[in-house]
Design a protein around this ligand. Sequence first.
Ligand SMILES: *Cc1c(COP(=O)(O)O)cnc(C)c1O
Length: 428
Amino acid sequence: MERKQSRETICVQAGWQPKKGEPRVLPIYQSTTFKYDTSEQMGRMFDLEESGYFYTRLQNPTNDAVASKIAALEGGVGAMLTSSGQAASFYAIFNICSAGDHFVCTSAIYGGTFNLFAVTLEKLGIEVSFVDQDACDEKILAAFRPNTKALFGETIANPGLAVLDIEKMARIAHSQGVPLIVDNTFATPINCHPFEWGADIVIHSTTKYMDGHASTVGGAIVDSGNFDWDAHKDKFSGLTTPDESYHGLIYTQSFGKMAYITKATVQLMRDLGSIQSPNNAFIINLGLETLHLRMARHCENAQKVAEYLQKDERVAWIHYCGLKEDKYYELGQKYLPNGSCGVLTFGLKGGRDNSIRFMDNLQLAAIVTHVADARTSVLHPASHTHRQLSDEQLIAAGVAPDLIRFSVGIENADDIIADIEQALEKAY
Ligand SMILES: *Cc1c(COP(=O)(O)O)cnc(C)c1O
């Protein structure tokens, strides 16, 4: 049996496999189109009778190399890159839901995903019900309906930092004949492998740790190949009945375990077009080559910062699942044994005003609308991303008015702590 490569090696080696005389480094195929010798050759590809490149909106060799690296990291059968994490979330749902359908989602999710699901998908006739991910099976099951097509959650919620009980969620989803879709952005495949716990589809905002340098917005969808769409034929007719836009092709029959990701590529991406640019894919690939090194350092630094903050009497509360006192410590130990991520949240005594004064006095940590960057960054959701909400609405959304989202970078931990210390001194 071939030896299974570790994720560290996959980060560096997977994806682009040059043949004799080809570039060692992944080339950027900066071309919209690809040449063929006969009209017949090209025609066969439009009918999906032959695989090959013909137009970058559908597939591009640079993107495919990066997608295959991400698929290998997650242990999936295939992946597709998208122009953003938002596009990945949208396609992941829209690939199996259409007007009249419904899905269930955990309430502790990224604000952008919440808007997409609760407002924009609603306009397309797709309904969502939000559930408390920590509730018992019965309560979550009560949200399912005959037209429910998926269950969605985040491994580590942004910014609430709740850790998802993936095994429980997979059990619930499968008991209802639907897939579990997990947003694994914060954990990355270095720290969590949702497919090993029963998730069926994983999505990423590659904008965050995968890029890691805050230079490119991007996303990815990964298919485990494990969900049996044909066992629930009526629910997933888009995959199990003829697609007239491909002369009656049936995805599950023609592509087997690759049915879901193939439909996302050849149908949704063909029609909606939010492809990642090959240039951006190249940059994400550079990020992936050091993902394993950076994640270890992010987690090590965040743990030190969390322990420092926990001891400081000016800190009112802190959330980081690496702390023994944290509500999610046990789930963190189970699903994220090597560390969670570099993001932690906390509040200062004296509330919102002190939190703002503290942030304004930080020097090394920069105020930016971003997380998961090599550089330490900080955000006050109540003043920024969630600015339009009242204090009551903030609390309902799981964002305390004094919540500081602190994304620990890969600088020296003592320097980060020294910056926090001087800012705390000035805030009081
Ligand atoms: C940022 C983020 C997204 C959206 O990704 P973009 O690349 O900004 O579109 C989705 N999910 C999570 C958990 C995120 O942090």
